[in-house]
Design a protein around this ligand. Structure first.
Ligand code: SF4
Length: 80
């Protein structure tokens, strides 16, 4: 044994809400920007993918879409 007797498992799960179903990086909290040497860099902080077109999803976007909220009620979509 290497001294590790067990691991505690944590899960990072966060819902992301897109108003009126407009799904794009611009509206996502994982989209972050930073200026480096005078150049603006925009990244997805989930995938570290540089984002060029903020009105679309990044090519490696890890989000899956499970339902929608209308009024105060969340409706889950059926699994295929
Ligand atoms: S690629 Fe997906 S997770 Fe990353 S910023 Fe865009 S919408 Fe958000």
């Amino acid at each position: 044994m290497n001294g590790v007797s067990f691991y505690l498992v944590g899960i990072d799960e966060r819902k992301v809400f897109f108003q009126n179903g407009k799904v794009c990086c611009r509206e996502c909290p994982y989209c972050k920007s930073k200026t480096v040497n005078g150049h603006l860099r925009i990244l997805c902080i989930r995938t570290y993918e540089p984002l060029m077109e903020l009105d679309k999803l990044g090519a490696d976007c890890p989000l899956s879409f499970t339902g929608e909220i209308v009024g105060k009620k969340e409706q889950k979509w059926e699994s295929p």
